[in-house]
Design a binder for this molecule. Structure first.
Ligand SMILES: C[S@@+](CC[C@H](N)C(=O)[O-])C[C@H]1O[C@@H](n2cnc3c(N)ncnc32)[C@H](O)[C@@H]1O
Length: 147
């Protein structure tokens, strides 16, 4: 309660209701995203809920200037899309207060699945998404290295 959290690449603000429960009215949420249409939806969500402790910033994660002494940074289903993913994590880590936390939720290839099935899955998705880059960027490893 009372913490300040950054939701990096917040999209439409789907995480905001849960973050509100965690930080309470005395805390704050900063939602950052590159895409104006996503932020417009996030602003609708803020307005609909009457939240006064959420601010939105349109920025590329790669160039975002993290405010100092942030208590937590969250990013869900977004960082592997950012080529400078490891740098973003390093910048965020430097801005965290003592005991601050970086949390990432994202997708990885399951280790227990047969290789042929994994290859079939990635080949199916490849025409529609930059799946190879997504697989290569493993933000949780960058967090482990940075912290
Ligand atoms: C799959 S959505 C996830 C949104 C949200 N985190 C969620 O879980 O609902 C990915 C988001 O990353 C944002 N994004 C992609 N590249 C970005 C970048 N370089 N800097 C900031 N945001 C970026 C997109 O605009 C999009 O809103």
């Amino acid at each position: 309660m009372g913490d300040t959290v950054i939701d990096m690449a917040c999209g439409t603000g789907l995480n905001f209701p849960l973050l509100q429960k965690a930080v309470g009215p005395g805390g704050g949420i900063v939602g950052v995203d590159l895409t104006d249409a996503m932020l417009a939806r996030a602003q609708d969500r803020i307005n609909a809920n009457g939240w006064t402790n959420v601010s939105l910033v349109q920025a590329d994660a790669a160039g975002f200037d993290f405010p100092a002494e942030v208590d937590a940074i969250l990013s869900t289903y977004a960082l592997p899309q950012v080529p400078e993913c490891a740098e973003v994590i390093a910048h965020g880590t430097a801005a965290l207060s003592a005991g601050g936390r970086w949390a990432v939720l994202d997708l990885k290839l399951p280790g227990s699945t047969p290789g042929w099935l994994t290859q079939l899955g990635t080949a199916t998705v490849r025409p529609f998404a930059s799946i190879d880059e997504w697989i290569m960027r493993r933000p949780w490893e960058a967090i482990r290295a940075a912290m």
